[in-house]
Design a protein. Structure first.
Length: 104
């Protein structure tokens, strides 16, 4: 859902039975709240009173911007670690064989 939201592909998220009869801004708001509520760490998730306020239009923009900044940082860190891991794997396979010393 994160990727679909980032790509603004609401049609892939919304129930097909609605036949496009929905308010785009409301769907975006619901998706943002849902993503905030499904974060990996329970401490990062909003409490229900905050969810209600966000659905009423209070505080969602600020909370969403904060979450986006954290997500971008996490994504960059993951990519950096992934590149390091990939490099390590490649170098491991390209090493020359060495002769070990005999028995002692």
């Amino acid at each position: 859902m994160k990727k679909l939201e980032r790509e603004k592909r609401l049609g892939a998220i919304v129930d097909k039975n609605l036949d496009g009869e929905y308010i785009k801004e409301e769907v975006e708001m619901m998706i943002q709240v849902a993503l905030l509520c499904t974060q990996g760490s329970p401490e990062d998730r909003p409490v229900m009173s905050e969810v209600v306020r966000m659905l009423e239009g209070e505080g969602l923009a600020e909370r969403w911007e904060e979450w986006q900044n954290v997500e971008v940082t996490r994504r960059h860190e993951f990519e950096r670690l992934q590149r390091r891991f990939d490099w390590g794997e490649d170098s491991m396979h390209n090493q020359d064989a060495i002769e070990l010393s005999g028995g002692r």
